[in-house]
Design a protein around this ligand. Structure first.
Ligand SMILES: Cc1cc2nc3c(=O)[nH]c(=O)nc-3n(C[C@H](O)[C@H](O)[C@H](O)COP(=O)(O)OP(=O)(O)OC[C@H]3O[C@@H](n4cnc5c(N)ncnc54)[C@H](O)[C@@H]3O)c2cc1C
Length: 374
């Protein structure tokens, strides 16, 4: 007989792990079920950018809680959480105006504005840089290793991990208020269930996904060799990032940035490029990204998009780049909500970050979901 757990979590990406972590801190018994041998979804394919300051509203509130939890987890689970912040480069006067507005609205503790002279020493961007901003609260983790380190630590804390166990259905168990989770390796019973299956929420709950117009966003990514062995601690964002993240996209100055790209480089807006990068512990630069939305995205990487990324990346570094790896990643996306939380049964919560900021917010979201569920 399988034991009855307090909580079953479906999905061992960062959203599932965040809920398992919060449950452990509450003293609950937890099982995590994942269809794969280890997490290989969005949570290991991203930049590892904990992009706190550029969020607004609820996302910012969740991100501030998540930030503290990343620091706690890094210490407990023994992985590196870099308190190195983010560098946002302005390479045009309209981009500088966005950073000035951001700095004025957030204050010096959150945004340090760098004028052209101060920015001239930066290891990236060269003479194109007219100003920059350092966002000191932001963090960086290595996404290839951090989720695995969290899972190992949770297992040491008593969480059962059942890998290669694909969940087929979740059924409420009569009047007991618990649920039965049917997996490819048998049944699991739990008082409560959190379903954190990332972009595959429509597989288990197609009607809920349809009601929220959930689709898949597919991003193309590159890993390139660091030119001249350059080391860049902070994550690096650019003018295109100013069009994506709420705190910058909502400035009055952002309109001019969009207009300029629409006129001068419409091909970058066509692929929804967010030109940004982070450096991995071995020095390799993760460079991205482009966005393509579809219910079922085609599996093919577009070389044209990769070449656009390489062209813009080369401009940033002032030299051609050598590609080490290419991949794509997918996250759930909804035009209606940034955070999808549904209760298909009283004992079950379906949780997905539908805005591409799961690394930044999931650890802040989980406590709110579990407080409601228990
Ligand atoms: C390329 C890319 C770059 C990004 N960069 C950033 C960034 O820098 N900062 C940031 O904040 N966010 C970033 N994001 C977004 C972030 O990565 C996601 O929001 C987050 O990882 C989603 O986590 P998840 O746990 O929901 O999904 P996933 O990590 O995809 O995990 C879902 C898990 O569910 C499992 N699963 C699915 N169906 C079943 C089933 N039926 N039975 C059992 N298991 C199942 C899967 O095997 C998988 O392990 C990026 C995303 C991508 C794709």
């Amino acid at each position: 007989m399988s034991p009855t757990y307090d909580l079953a979590v479906v999905g061992a990406g960062i959203v599932g792990l965040a809920h398992a972590y919060d449950a452990v801190t509450r003293g609950l018994t937890v099982v995590v079920l994942d269809r794969d041998e280890r997490a290989v979804g969005a949570s290991i394919r991203n930049f590892g950018h904990i992009c706190t300051t550029a969020q607004t509203g609820r996302a910012l509130e969740l991100a501030l809680v998540a930030r503290e939890r990343w620091l706690q987890l890094g210490r407990k689970a023994g992985f590196d959480v870099r308190e190195c912040g983010t560098l946002v480069l302005a390479r045009a006067d309209d981009e500088r105006a966005v950073l000035e507005e951001l700095a004025a609205s957030r204050g010096a503790d959150h945004v340090r504005f760098l004028d052209r002279d101060e920015a001239s020493d930066l290891p990236i961007g060269g003479r194109d840089v007219v100003a920059a901003a350092h966002l000191p609260l932001d963090l960086r983790v290595d996404p290839r290793t951090a989720p695995a380190a969290i899972a190992r630590w949770l297992a040491d804390e008593g969480v059962d991990f059942r890998w290669r166990s694909s969940v087929a259905s979740i059924e409420a168990s009569g009047t007991s208020g618990s649920a039965t989770v049917r997996t490819s390796r048998g049944r699991v019973t739990a008082r409560r269930v959190v379903v954190a299956t990332g972009h595959d929420i429509d597989r288990l709950y197609p009607d809920l996904a349809d009601a929220r117009a959930v689709t898949r966003c597919r991003l193309q990514m590159l890993e390139v060799a660091p030119p001249g062995g350059v080391r860049i601690q902070p994550a690096v964002l650019t003018g295109l990032s100013m069009l994506r993240y709420g705190a910058m996209a909502s400035t009055a100055a952002a309109d001019a940035v969009r207009q300029r790209f629409a006129t001068d480089q419409p091909e970058l807006l066509d692929v929804e490029m967010n030109l940004m990068l982070t450096q991995r512990p071995d020095g390799a630069i993760v460079l991205g990204d482009t966005h393509h939305y579809a219910t079922t995205p085609l599996p093919f990487n577009e070389e044209q998009d990769a070449q656009l990324l390489l062209r813009e990346g080369a401009r940033l570094f002032g030299t051609d780049l050598t590609v080490l790896r290419r991949w794509s990643g997918v996250y759930a996306s909804s035009p209606q909500t940034d955070f999808l939380i549904e209760a298909p049964e009283p004992a079950v919560r379906l949780v997905a970050v539908t805005s591409g900021i799961g690394m930044t917010t999931a650890l802040g979201l989980a406590p709110t979901v579990l407080s409601d569920l228990f």
